[in-house]
Design a protein around this ligand. Structure first.
Ligand SMILES: [Zn+2]
Ligand SMILES: [Zn+2]
Length: 259
């Protein structure tokens, strides 16, 4: 089964502390490999609550040090025999993973932008981010190709990093037509600009890591604007949402018999 399960659809400090919506990261099962990206607070609780089978997860991907992405990394390493691919400074400078848990990991690979790591049968490439701390995004490639921006502002050439992905997961905190006081995050208009500059557009765009600002501006309407402006089917992430990678349909994980 190839699928993406959103163990959280929110992001940023305010949402992280309210846990409405959750910030538990993104679980991916592709070509027989299970992995979790950016497991923030409550990731394991959310997975267990919806009876998602996280046993046998073989890989943790950590894009940067911020708590809404990182707090459950230690807990996953404690419970699982798993590898860790992490943005270098989150470990070397910020020490978000304890020495004990680092020693317990099956393997640890510290990364910066522009690296390619083979995790057979998958290939994982790190992408550039421009954020308040060092960060990387990821492109996960197997029989399907998934792009994850992580937290970043738009930068020139971003479209080349994600050209040709099947599913483009964008961490979007700024609604259409709005300008933040301080430019720190990706917005709906950045998604449109990036996707429209790609040679090969994605088949599905998911707006995730939603901020309070996005939630107050109707995420479904924001997704509709992206779809209208790019021609690509676009959906807002929801807690527990499952995207079936084989047919790119989505459904509510809570009601699913497939978890
Ligand atoms: Zn974040
Ligand atoms: Zn961040």
């Amino acid at each position: 089964m190839n699928r993406i399960v959103f163990l959280g659809s929110g992001g940023g400090r305010t949402i992280m502390f309210t846990q409405v919506p959750h910030t538990g990261g993104i679980f991916i099962e592709l070509d027989g490999k299970k992995m979790i990206i950016d497991p923030g607070p409550g990731s394991i609780c959310n997975a267990r609550r919806i009876k998602l089978d996280i046993d046998g997860t073989e890989l943790i991907l950590l894009s940067h040090r911020h708590v809404d992405h990182a707090t459950d990394v230690n807990a996953y390493l404690d419970g699982l025999d798993t590898g860790l691919i992490a943005e270098r400074t989150s470990i070397e400078e910020e020490h978000v993973v304890s020495p004990y848990h680092l020693s317990k990991a099956k393997f640890v690979k510290l990364v910066s932008e522009g690296e390619e790591i083979a995790v057979p049968p998958l290939k994982i490439r790190t992408t550039k981010c421009v954020h308040t701390s060092p960060a990387v995004g990821f492109v996960i490639e197997g029989t399907k190709k998934i792009g994850y921006t992580s937290d970043t502002v738009y930068y020139d050439g971003m479209e080349r990093q994600f050209d040709g992905v099947d599913v483009f997961i964008a961490n979007v905190l700024v609604p259409h037509g709005k300008t933040p006081n301080v430019l720190k995050h990706f917005g709906v208009d950045d998604v449109i600009k990036t996707v429209n500059s790609m040679n090969v557009k994605p088949k599905l765009i998911v707006l995730s890591h939603l901020s309070m600002w996005m939630l107050r501006n109707n995420p479904s309407e924001q997704a509709f604007i992206v779809k209208k402006m790019t021609g690509v089917r676009t959906i807002p992430a929801k807690d527990d949402m499952v995207v079936d990678l084989d047919n790119l349909s989505e459904h509510d994980g809570k009601l699913s018999k497939f978890l």
